[in-house]
Design a protein around this ligand. Structure first.
Ligand code: DAH
Length: 341
């Protein structure tokens, strides 16, 4: 067979070759491009080509070699990219990665719940500053300079004479509210408070309180008790009972501390309620007439009650958390447990 015909024959073969994988690609390379391949053997036969034809045959042979190489390269590229895409192939019917949605902090949840419970019976929301002066935190609340009750709260002072401090309780918001509003007053004031205390499982130097204040004509201790019973049942469940114990606060007279029946043992006694069947949740009392007068409210015409509770404490009871520090560590494993509440 003449070399020209051979070149044409191989070219046709190459044009007809198909590739369905790495093996066919390798076969192609061995057949046409390797040293022992068909094209190379034509270069061997080239020696016998008559001189006058060498130029034209040489060009055709080179073109054939280039053609084979191009076909090989293209096939290799196609196979490579389809291999890559099959590795990356995605199953579009698979369920997506779940979005991790943040959850509210348990203290916010409890605060919101407390506020909502009181809003349902006509209380509004009020707030005051965390940096307070002596008047709103102490003096107006019946704690004059040398009053021994000031020892009840270790205070972070910011400035002395005149005194500025981090408020030690949200009772300061009562004072501000009464100074700016006349009865009837029904307000609930959540906020952050500060006390110079060593941090432990039961105490922290920063914590949260909710203050409640109700002032109108003819408000009695019975109203206070009924309001708190309503709150306890809404917060801890319909079966909850409350118990009032006489206590002392400078800004209320009479004063009481309120316990709720233990929601864990139902009052039978367990280690959470220390076998008493009750858990303390708040302090309260009838607003002392002197406090009303300090805030510009006529104590002959109006009376009222106030109460204050720690949000951490309510949250600990509600979710049975035994270490207050967990609220401040912001460990996501702890926090995300509350998203369902
Ligand atoms: N302010 C008190 C405290 O920080 C809590 C409190 C007790 C608030 C009795 C009141 C109240 O409004 O009437 O411990």
């Amino acid at each position: 067979m003449d070399i020209k015909e051979s070149i044409q024959g191989i070219k046709t073969e190459i044009e007809q070759s198909s590739f369905d994988g790495a093996e066919s690609l390798e076969n192609f390379r061995l057949t046409y491009l390797s040293k022992k391949g068909k094209i190379q053997s034509l270069f061997g036969a080239f020696r016998d080509v008559p001189v006058d034809q060498k130029k034209i045959i040489g060009q055709e042979l080179n073109a054939l070699k280039q053609f084979a190489q191009e076909i090989f390269n293209t096939a290799q590229e196609n196979l490579g990219s389809s291999k890559k895409s099959s590795n990356n192939s995605q199953d579009l019917t698979m369920p997506g990665e779940p979005l991790r949605i943040g959850s509210r902090h348990p203290l916010s949840l409890v605060k919101n719940e407390i506020v909502e419970i009181f809003e349902r019976i006509g209380f509004n929301l009020s707030e005051g500053p965390e940096i307070e002066d002596d008047w709103h935190n102490f003096t107006a609340l019946n704690l004059p300079d040398e009053h021994p009750a000031r020892d009840m709260q270790d205070t972070f002072f910011i400035e002395k004479d005149p005194d500025y401090l981090l408020r030690t309780h949200t009772s300061s918001v009562q004072v501000r509210y009464m100074e700016n509003n006349q009865p009837p007053i029904r307000t609930i004031s959540p906020g952050r408070v500060f006390r110079n205390e060593a941090i432990s499982a039961r105490a922290h130097c920063i914590f949260h309180q909710v203050e409640g204040l109700y002032i109108d004509e003819g408000v009695s201790f019975a109203d206070l008790k009924q309001t708190l019973l309503y709150f306890a049942k809404e917060m801890f469940g319909e079966k909850t009972e409350i118990r009032l114990r006489p206590s002392y606060f400078p800004f209320t007279e009479p004063s009481a501390e309120v316990d709720v029946s233990c929601n864990i043992c139902g009052g039978a006694g367990c280690n959470v309620c220390k076998y008493t069947g009750y858990l303390e949740i708040l302090g309260c009392g009838m607003v002392d007439p002197a406090v009303l007068e300090n805030c510009g409210i006529d104590s002959k015409k109006y009376s009222g009650f106030a109460f204050g509770m720690g949000i951490e404490r309510i949250a600990m009871l509600k979710y049975q958390i035994n270490d207050l520090r967990l609220f401040f560590e912001n460990d996501i494993r702890f926090l995300k447990q509350f998203s369902k509440f």
